[in-house]
Design a protein around this ligand. Structure first.
Ligand code: SF4
Length: 394
């Protein structure tokens, strides 16, 4: 390939990343003037997982509300929440109170932990006009009735959204949305495959931005972006540097600042992670022509899904799924992170460090907060960790 063509691919990839950054971080929640074609409103949901297909089929743009990042000024929420609550809950409340989320047609939370469980109540009390729904996804998916229960919750959500948009949500519309989301999930799996096979072609922070854009734009737009990005990445000419291969875990709910991921990228190849795991929750295609498309989504949630610290599935024991990730990605070590005050994340950090000790796998423990702005100390820790790994692997 000529140097000129390689430069063109690089330039187009840079432009795609900028577009993703604008969509995911800089632009606000789309309002009635900026909604993509075919949508009549937006549905905001709190991490970790939400069945986007049902909102999409209703004509509501599903928007994953991922907190306020490190630029948000807290003016109202601190007076309404304890100081021991994690940042994403506090900043999400702030975004509600400062009017940033006022264009949402609906807001849905999940009882993933004590903090998130109470978010709907705080929201309803402080924002009575907007209100919040709770989608009760089971924390114990091993009961024989779990898929039936999830399907019933999805049908309740479907009825509620149909009431909001003023028309029924047909099975055909859900099947069509499922087909689209399957395509998007396949593309995200391709991104992660590149990270495992040729990590020098796609850094963790780049892949994160490509996935995160999908939390704000329509599935149709995201598919187009991902297809263009994958083409550019496959044509990328990047020299593989000498860096250790690591896993990053702890980004399943509150999001680490982008600067933190970039700091790690500087000295490590992050060959797999659990960032935005809800966007990649379903690990295989959902059956597209099922007689009952809601059942197909519910059954996929229980049977063919990823793992996270907020779900307790005995088929995915904490130690085994981390070790499986480690083996599948051929990683040398793990960066074990948790958001400050995140009980489920800190619990698993403890479990995982014990398992990694027993298996003799090196790891670095880091704590983060979405509002962090200083990374010097973390940078030194990560650099020292990477150097010690390279020394041990030499
Ligand atoms: S970051 Fe942790 S504590 Fe906070 S809402 Fe998410 S799971 Fe709960």
């Amino acid at each position: 390939m000529s140097a000129e063509i390689a430069q063109d691919h690089e330039a187009s990839f840079t432009a795609i990343l900028e577009q993703c950054h604008t969509a995911a971080v800089d632009a606000g929640i789309p309002d009635s003037h900026s909604l993509p074609e075919g949508f009549s409103g937006t549905l905001g949901y709190f991490p970790v997982y939400f069945p986007d297909e049902i909102a999409h089929a209703a004509g509501l743009l599903p928007v994953n509300i991922l907190g306020g990042g490190n630029k948000l000024e807290m003016k109202h929420a601190d007076a309404r929440m304890g100081s021991f609550v994690c940042s994403i809950c506090r900043s999400t409340t702030e975004l509600g109170l400062n009017g940033t989320l006022q264009s949402l047609s609906a807001f849905v939370t999940h009882p993933i932990c004590d903090a998130a469980k109470h978010l709907a109540g705080i929201w309803s009390r402080n924002l009575p006009d907007q209100g919040a729904e709770i989608l009760y996804l089971p924390q114990n998916p091993n009961s024989p009735g779990a898929a039936r229960y999830v399907a019933a919750e999805y049908q309740r959500l479907r009825a509620e959204l149909a009431r909001k948009v003023g028309h029924p949500i047909s099975d055909a519309a859900i099947r069509s949305s499922t087909r689209l989301y399957n395509r998007k999930r396949r593309l995200m799996r391709d991104l992660y495959q590149i990270r495992r096979d040729e990590p020098w072609k796609l850094s963790c922070s780049e892949s994160y931005m490509l996935v995160r854009a999908g939390t704000r734009i329509s599935c149709e737009q995201h598919i187009e972006l991902l297809e263009q990005a994958l083409d550019a990445i496959r044509h990328r000419h990047v020299v593989a540097q000498d860096k250790p291969r690591v896993l990053f875990v702890g980004g399943f709910c509150e999001q680490p600042p982008l600067e933190m991921l970039e700091t790690i990228d500087d000295v490590c190849f992050v060959v797999d992670d659990d960032l935005l795991i809800g966007q990649r929750w379903l690990t295989e295609d959902v059956p597209e022509d099922a007689g009952d498309p809601v059942w197909a989504l519910a059954e996929s949630y229980i049977q063919r899904s990823n793992a996270s610290p907020v779900q307790h599935d005995e088929r995915k024991p904490k130690d085994q799924y981390l070790m499986a990730m480690l083996r599948a990605a051929n990683a040398d070590a793990v960066i074990l992170t948790a958001a400050k005050f995140c009980e489920p994340g800190l619990d698993d950090q403890l479990f995982w460090s014990k398992d990694l000790d027993e298996a003799g796998v090196q790891y670095l423990v880091l704590e983060f907060e979405e509002k962090m702005t200083s990374f010097e100390q973390m940078s030194m820790q990560v650099e020292t960790f990477a150097e010690s790994l390279l020394f041990a692997l030499a």
